[in-house]
Design a protein around this ligand. Structure first.
Ligand code: SF4
Length: 278
């Protein structure tokens, strides 16, 4: 569970959240010394969200109350992930409803980037497994082998990736190329039939783990552009803007070569890891 700033919300907001958020989420937000009184946040002119978000439900089941929202500055909102945590994995996140690539939040005003982060982040809990393990990345165990190529994932701290299934089965990868291959050809590599519940890859700029399901991948083809494991990999970025900057640097890539995780299929798996496919 991520850091939470109990001073970011007034008592009125917290009361409004009771019944709208999971007990786990509230416990995380209240944490610390029990939450000191601060000025009550209210909706402001900056809370301009499309109508379908105004009272929408977040990932954790809480309902957005447009009269009880924290300002982005209250919660130190940023448009980049932090430590592998980002809005798309937060219990308060309301996913994109109109195809513009951004969503909203049940407790913070305005539109929210799925790659964003704030101090009130609470990892969204999945209940598919026995223990309902948090859908967040974890430290790569020293002995974890890449589920696709069998290399030691921990040996590549700037490149490795990971995934977790709904039954809490977790797999690690040396690179984004192996992670996306695993996603595309799961039947060959997975030790479980449970759905994939989370994927994390390293942003090529920050080398931080970011939500692979919300990342943008530049389909790199030049084996010599980077000295990366397995010679060539799709280049992940948490923001489309960074992916565009990456493809703009070379003549052989264009914005048509930027895809999301859902685009990875057997054909792309063949391109990156064809030698490992059955
Ligand atoms: S802004 Fe993002 S990280 Fe902060 S509470 Fe909302 S969804 Fe969670």
């Amino acid at each position: 569970m991520g850091e939470h700033d109990s001073t970011a919300f007034g008592r009125r907001t917290m009361l409004a959240l009771v019944g709208a958020s999971s007990a786990t989420a509230l416990a995380g937000c209240l944490g610390g010394d029990g939450g000191e009184e601060t000025p009550t946040p209210t909706a402001t002119p900056s809370d301009r969200v499309p109508e379908q978000y105004r009272t929408a439900t977040g990932a954790g089941g809480g309902e957005r109350d447009p009269d009880n929202l924290a300002s982005k500055s209250d919660v130190s909102y940023q448009s980049q992930p932090q430590g592998g945590q980002q809005c798309s994995g937060c219990t308060f996140y309301i996913p994109d409803k109109n195809g513009d690539g951004v969503g909203a939040c049940t407790i913070v005003e305005g539109t929210i980037d799925p790659s964003g982060y704030c101090t009130s982040y609470v990892a969204h809990e999945q209940n598919g497994g026995d223990g309902g393990e948090s859908v967040s990345p974890i430290d790569v165990p020293e002995d974890a082998r890449c589920a696709v190529c069998d290399m030691m994932a921990a040996n590549f701290p700037e490149w490795n990736a990971q995934a977790v299934h709904a039954d809490d089965t977790r797999e690690f990868f040396c690179t984004a190329g192996c992670a996306t291959t695993y996603y595309a050809v799961t039947d060959q590599f997975a030790a479980t039939d449970a759905d994939i519940a989370g994927v994390w890859v390293r942003d090529l700029n920050s080398r931080e783990l970011v939500d692979g399901t919300a990342a943008y991948y530049a389909l790199e083809t030049d084996q010599d552009r980077y000295d990366d494991p397995m010679r060539v990999n799709p280049a992940p970025f948490s923001s489309r803007e960074d992916a565009v900057a990456y493809v703009d640097e070379v003549d052989y890539l264009s914005e048509d070569d930027i895809v999301e995780l859902s685009a990875f299929d057997r054909e792309l798996a063949e391109q990156y890891r064809g030698q490992l496919l059955e």
